[in-house]
Design a protein around this ligand. Structure first.
Ligand SMILES: Cc1ncc(COP(=O)(O)O)c(C=O)c1O
Length: 383
């Protein structure tokens, strides 16, 4: 029999699945994969239930329910002073990851190049390669993970068709400054480079920082696909609901791909989300909610032999160095910590295509206080 040809010969099971399975197997506290362990709003649950009972159980329009797109346009106008046409510039998708894949597929042809800043969310490079294109990987500056713009500039060639950016950043918690956005605008202006801006953590900005959305920069937005996820906003990662915002000419092409991938997504969730978006405090309270969690977690960690090079500025992840504990490769360390100390984390090398290992692990602090406390109690044995 012929061997199955692989489009992604170097890809195995993602580290998130590996660590979550290992956590289950060893009854470890799971601070690895990024999902909350606390309940979602009962109001939202009631709204979905009611939508199902009211008969919203058949296909929604391909672009998403108009009520939801309208609510999102209103939200973006308020937050980013950006006038988005809900009919031609927003598409509701089954999650942010799907929207990223669809944007890459819209842009890329075989032989093109796409720039990825590493460490990076693990779907970006496989998405680029599935489209027959090449990922050009640029390291962010260790240990603060700021962008080396000279390196980005030097990596642009006539083949560059896309750059994907992510702020607030997973896994480092870095937040892009206004200056970063202006630099991106400057170096991509008058090129044929499209920007995919992964803004799924838009509301998780800490210590009074602002989220610099591409939507705030009209000339940049003119060549961008901006990606959001309801999973991160309403603590509903298991719903896999998100959306893409792009200028009408770009969105027209995005929708051609979308209509033959999933065509549409979950109708009762869309009905509920459209109504729930009027509860502004749900997302406006997220910075304070997560800042308290990060501070609690850092406080608990301060008694343990981890080193924090930089407090998370945004997202719900905190990186920590274990150099005072041992010098294992980070993957081995994460596995050892799960098996021997009952706490699962993610090794940061998993976010680098070449496995570059700065001996760091990523903790997710989107957990109940008791979970964070129990995890740190277990880690107390490291002292
Ligand atoms: C940086 C980043 N982008 C996209 C996503 C995906 O969002 P979704 O669950 O809506 O696909 C995640 C989820 O962890 C993420 O961390």
């Amino acid at each position: 029999m012929k061997t199955m040809y692989s489009k992604l010969p170097n890809i195995g099971t993602t580290i998130f699945t590996v660590m979550s399975n290992l956590a289950k197997e060893h009854n470890a506290i799971n601070l690895s994969q990024g999902f909350p362990d606390y309940p979602i709003s009962p109001v939202l649950v009631d709204l979905v239930t009611k939508a199902m009972q009211d008969g919203y159980n058949q296909y929604a329009p391909m672009t998403g329910l108009p009520e939801l797109r309208n609510a999102l346009a209103t939200k973006m106008e308020k937050l980013y002073q950006s006038t988005i046409n809900p009919d031609s510039e927003i598409t509701i998708t089954p999650g942010g990851t799907y929207a990223i894949y669809t944007a890459f597929t819209t842009i890329l042809q075989a032989g093109d190049e796409a720039i990825v800043l590493e460490p990076a969310y693990d779907s970006y490079i496989p998405n680029i390669e599935t489209n027959g294109a090449k990922a050009i990987c640029i390291p962010l500056r260790y240990p603060d993970y700021s962008v080396d713009w000279e390196l980005v500039k030097a990596s642009i060639s006539h083949k560059t068709k896309a750059i994907i950016i992510n702020s607030p950043h997973n896994p480092t918690g870095y937040i892009w400054s206004k200056d970063d956005m202006l630099k991106l605008d400057e170096i991509t202006r008058d090129t044929s480079i499209y920007v995919i801006s992964d803004e799924v953590y838009e509301h998780i900005t800490l210590d009074g920082r602002a989220h610099e959305s591409v939507l705030k920069y009209p000339s940049l937005f003119a060549r961008s696909f901006v990606i959001y996820s309801f999973g991160k906003v309403f603590h509903t990662t298991g719903w896999k609901m998100g959306y893409c915002v792009a200028p009408a000419d770009l969105m027209k092409e995005f929708r051609k791909i979308h209509q033959f991938l999933s065509f549409t997504c979950n109708t009762p969730m869309q009905v509920a989300l459209a109504q729930f978006l009027t509860h502004e405090s749900e997302y406006l309270s997220l910075p304070a909610f997560f800042e308290r969690k990060r501070n609690l977690f850092l406080d608990l960690l301060s008694d343990l032999p981890f080193t924090i090079h930089q407090k998370a500025q945004g997202s719900y992840f905190q990186l920590a160095s274990y150099e005072k504990i041992n010098h294992m490769p980070d993957k081995d360390f994460a596995i050892w910590l799960t098996k021997e100390h009952g706490v699962a984390t993610i090794p940061v090398s998993a976010f680098n295509h070449d496995g570059k290992d700065d001996k760091l692990i990523r903790f997710c602090f989107a957990k109940q206080d008791e979970t964070l406390e129990l995890a740190c109690q277990r880690l107390g044995k490291l002292i």
